[in-house]
Design a protein around this ligand. Structure first.
Ligand SMILES: Cc1ncc(COP(=O)(O)O)c(C=O)c1O
Length: 408
């Protein structure tokens, strides 16, 4: 749970258990189940005390029931005729989502999550400019590390614009990076480190003026910002309603109340997929067979909750966030890194050792993430809809205690 988001100076520890023989014989079912139960139960942080990054809480209850129905099903583009149902559920889920995000006729894919979706976007950006032999993509330094992975894999030079004290990139600097090798722009709504929404409208304007591909990472925002608007919050335009947004992504497993490994990669116009060389790759995206459960649960959760259900879960989660933020602001020595636009709360301290506070919180059983981005050392909580004010109060109590201890 440390330094997840920094371009780390130290190599993270790569953990493997000691070598294990392939079992000679099968084991009794009960024994296998017990062993699984033990390992699954070895998480140090109870679900209620884990403010880690992804959707660490239980998905919406209907997802479990649908998973049972979907046992043994799969979807894969080339094998659509083998199991048309899950494929249809995938594409209907995509259509429901894009209708929420400003372009009901946009197309897309269910992916394994944000990383796959962002890599898919980089590939499309690169392929849509086949004449550029040394492709470059520009993003704010706060962009998710998956873009760095994708750039490395795809032979793209990623130009990262530094952030100002407001955690936003200087758009003049971003524009100065545009050159004849630029194949795309990336921005986030909001970024995963500090939950600050990039100036998507300005990125869209730049993309329009320069004729560039623009991808919006809405990993967290896609399932919350549209509903915040319905709750009367002032939400800037961030989606396909901006005509120069080419692709978007959002994660069902973050705030969409879907099971982990449910992401969406969304493409403005089907025509853009012509840039994918399917005569040699067979499918239009970067991974193939997926469990039918992904599609069925995504479809079911959206259908079960509807706009009204998501508005309610958004209202609730924002109330918990607000409670936590106010509590942090009351603790002497702590300050928010930025006002959270949605559900991630990042805070730091100018007067006490942030690492000690982080370690103190872990010792007290409260999971969270800790790291340094753009030189800011911070603790981050990801607040999910299953939290309530009681969890929030427990967290704040432990935090106050940890700050006191860190100060000695
Ligand atoms: C803004 C943002 N984009 C992308 C991702 C990657 O998502 P995943 O872990 O599902 O691959 C994350 C993960 O936290 C994120 O915060």
């Amino acid at each position: 749970m440390v330094e997840e988001f920094e371009k780390s100076k130290t190599r993270p520890q790569f953990h493997m258990p000691p070598p294990m023989d392939f079992p000679k014989e099968g084991a009794p079912e009960d024994e296998v189940l017990e062993a699984i139960k033990d390992l699954l139960g070895s998480n140090p942080y109870e679900i209620e005390k884990n403010f880690g990054i992804s959707y660490v809480g239980p998905p919406h209850p209907i997802a479990r029931r649908v998973s049972e129905l979907a046992v043994g099903t799969f979807f894969v583009e080339w094998g659509r005729e083998l199991q048309p149902g899950p494929y249809e559920l995938e594409k209907q889920a995509v259509r429901m989502l894009v209708s929420l995000l400003g372009k009901p006729d946009a197309v897309g894919f269910i992916t394994s999550g944000g990383t796959e979706s962002n890599i898919s976007a980089l590939r499309l950006a690169r392929n849509l400019s086949p004449s550029v032999s040394a492709p470059e993509v520009i993003m704010p330094e706060s962009g998710h590390y998956s873009f760095r992975i994708g750039a490395e894999m795809l032979g793209i030079r990623l130009r990262e614009a530094p952030l100002g004290p407001d955690i936003l990139p200087d758009m003049n600097y971003v524009e100065s990076l545009v050159n004849r090798n630029t194949v795309g722009l990336v921005c986030s709504a909001p970024g995963g480190a500090f939950m600050v929404i990039d100036p998507v409208e300005e990125f869209a304007d730049l993309a329009r003026r320069k004729g560039l591909f623009l991808h919006v990472d809405g990993a967290f925002g896609g399932f919350v910002l549209p509903f915040m608007r319905e709750l009367g919050h002032d939400v800037p335009q961030f989606d396909f309603s901006l005509p120069s947004v080419s692709t978007m992504m959002t994660d069902g497993h973050k705030l969409g109340l879907m099971p982990v490994a449910t992401g969406f990669f969304l493409v403005r116009d089907e025509e853009m997929l012509q840039a994918i060389p399917t005569e040699r790759t067979v499918i239009h995206n970067v991974t193939a067979t997926k469990h039918g459960e992904r599609a069925a649960t995504a479809w079911a959760v959206m259908r079960r909750l509807g706009r009204k259900g998501y508005v309610e879960s958004t209202r609730h989660v924002l109330e918990v966030v607000d409670f936590i933020v106010k509590g942090i602001e009351r603790i002497d020595g702590l300050r928010m890194v930025a006002k959270p636009s949605i559900t991630l709360v990042s805070f730091t301290s100018d007067t006490c050792d942030v690492r000690k506070v982080h370690e103190g919180m872990l010792q007290r059983g409260w999971g969270h993430t800790y790291g340094t981005v753009s030189g800011i050392e911070y603790i981050r909580l990801s607040v999910h809809p299953h939290r309530d004010l009681e969890h929030a109060a427990g967290f704040l109590e432990a935090l106050e205690d940890s700050v006191r201890a860190a100060r000695g």
